[in-house]
Design a protein around this ligand. Sequence first.
Ligand code: S3P
Length: 161
Amino acid sequence: MILVGFMGSGKSTVAKALGERLGLDVMELDAEIYALSGKTIPEIFAEEGEEGFRNYEYRVLSSACENDGIISTGGGIITHDDSYEMIRKTDRKVIFLNATFDSLYERISDDNSRPLASQPREHVKALYDSRIERYRNAADHEVDTACGLEDTVEAILNLTR
Ligand code: S3P
């Protein structure tokens, strides 16, 4: 299973809960990028730009897809054409975790570990709007996370059973 969705949609938390329920390993791509590059996300953005970050992201996605388990992606992964195509064409179930922009923004606006969230609100909203179509095209199912963690996990288990 692969979880996609905007920053703040709860991908990591949901992936962890699903991993526990299903007895599967969880691969957190942002953490894999740190392991691969030895740099934090803000460091990569500052030193190598967003493009450098997307290249690391594609590499860790490619290797994660060689193993079983649940893959929790970073919110911008679908902006990179090769990563997007890989997710769109995979045999794995792809779940798009979504919520209203207001609630997503509330969860990310104070977080300086996310370079792309540290911009004026309307820029972050434009980013969300520009990505929504690709999340939907890549995913088998869209799940609204407004109902909370337990219900979100149940909904995903019901959809993928
Ligand atoms: C990004 C989302 C982040 C992280 C990086 C870029 C984005 O992951 O990969 O800061 O472009 O939306 P989360 O979705 O886990 O915050």
